[in-house]
Design a protein around this ligand. Structure first.
Ligand SMILES: Nc1ncnc2c1ncn2[C@@H]1O[C@H](COP(=O)(O)OP(=O)(O)OP(=O)(O)O)[C@@H](O)[C@H]1O
Ligand SMILES: [Mg+2]
Length: 365
């Protein structure tokens, strides 16, 4: 798919902006704090319904204004899709796809598929399991709305169960109905995540071999908190979760929260058999994340039938010239958006192969 046009009104430091994009490569170039990432963020917003930098939509609206408007036109193989987001400081945001208002956020997913790679993504290797769960969940949600709804349901049930445990410490509580529902939704989460990791691990391994010239072997391993076998069916997984919830009930009661279940899942990255988080060099960690992101491109292509768009925010300067070259020259079928402060990135790119946008204080020169 291709983002053909972007229109912004009162979005961050943009008052009014209309841009038409190149089908292959688009470069946003400029000094720090001019509005390069804001452009990437606005495109991402039309894909995910929220920013990747903040959970507060208010921050996206220009400081001196009360409303903001974002519109992208996406060209797909079989159709054109218009996505509109209206942000309002006094009420919830309005989303429209092809002029039809959306009732739930889940309806937006899948209209525009994006893969974002920014320096923040290093957290995926460096930080705790919640970053890796977020990665799995965001990526599965963009290819399966059923997963997205099951996850929201699971989180709601979990909140209820935790409240019950927290406010009834030392008292008898009837938790079984909640356990039943939690296990039913949780079992599906495990099935989806297991399936996703199975696919992405194969693609990431291939990708990593390619970028490291076969020197390194990357493994991506799913680590569910409730131990399940590779071929366990959903009913079996549900029983296993129920069993775990029962066994941990006294601990849960003491601590006032649910200590087992898919909300504690993790994913491990290994290079040549060693955990990248503990043993990987800075460069290896970066390359592992890059391989994972490039694997996502292929995974979405396989699931959706077209490549997603690729958003690269501030990552060029962090990659060596070989990897930079790969991103700029090898992804011929993927529309790519790059932010950079250096002209260097553009050298040996033919003018007809890209569009360059000089970003200066919320204006494009
Ligand atoms: N709600 C807002 N209203 C007005 N201006 C805003 C708003 N939010 C952010 N900005 C301005 O946007 C600018 C930052 O934009 P952005 O993050 O896109 O910079 P950048 O060009 O990517 O910079 P860098 O190279 O440092 O990453 C800042 O100057 C900031 O003051
Ligand atoms: Mg930036």
């Amino acid at each position: 798919m291709i983002v053909e046009e972007l229109k912004l009104i009162n979005y961050r430091n943009y008052e009014q902006m209309n841009l038409k994009f190149h089908p292959r490569l688009n470069v946003f170039i400029g000094d720090n704090a001019q509005g390069k990432t804001n452009l990437i963020e606005s495109i991402y917003l039309c894909s995910a319904g929220k920013s990747f930098r903040t959970n507060h939509d208010q921050e996206l609206i220009n400081m001196n204004k009360k409303q903001a408007y974002i519109h992208v036109k996406v060209k797909k193989v079989h159709s054109d899709v218009h996505i509109e987001v209206r942000l309002n400081s006094e009420r919830k945001k309005d989303l429209k796809v092809n002029q039809i208002p959306l009732v739930k956020m889940g309806e937006l997913l899948g209209n525009l598929n994006v893969v974002l790679f920014s320096p923040e993504d290093l957290k995926l290797v460096k930080e705790g399991p919640s970053e890796r769960r977020r990665f799995m969940d965001r990526e599965i949600s963009q290819i399966s709305t059923k997963f997205y709804y099951t996850l929201s349901q699971y989180n709601k049930i979990l909140q209820h169960r935790n409240k019950l445990l927290k406010y009834n410490k030392g008292k008898e509580i009837d938790i079984e109905v909640w356990d039943e529902q939690l296990a039913a939704a949780g079992a599906w989460l495990i099935v989806y995540r297991r399936n996703f990791i199975k696919k992405i691990s194969i693609l990431a391994k291939l990708m990593h071999r390619k970028i490291t010239e076969s020197i390194e072997n990357l493994e991506v391993i799913y680590e569910p908190n409730v131990k399940v076998k590779e071929n366990d069916e959903v009913d079996v997984i549900k029983e296993k979760i129920l069993q775990n919830l029962k066994e941990n009930f006294n601990v849960d009661k003491q601590r006032g929260l649910t200590t087992c279940g898919p909300h504690r899942d993790d994913m491990i990255l290994k290079i040549n058999g060693l955990d990248v988080k503990t043993y990987g060099s800075q460069g290896q960690q970066r390359t592992a994340v890059l391989s994972l992101k490039l694997a996502e491109l292929e995974l979405v292509k396989g699931e959706v039938g077209e490549y997603p768009i690729l958003l690269l925010d501030d990552v060029m300067s962090e990659l060596d010239s070989k990897r930079q070259h790969y991103l700029i020259h090898n992804l011929k079928s993927v529309q790519t958006f790059i932010t950079t402060t250096m002209m260097e990135t553009l050298k040996d790119l033919k003018p007809e192969d890209r569009a360059v946008f000089y970003v200066n204080k919320g204006q494009i020169d």
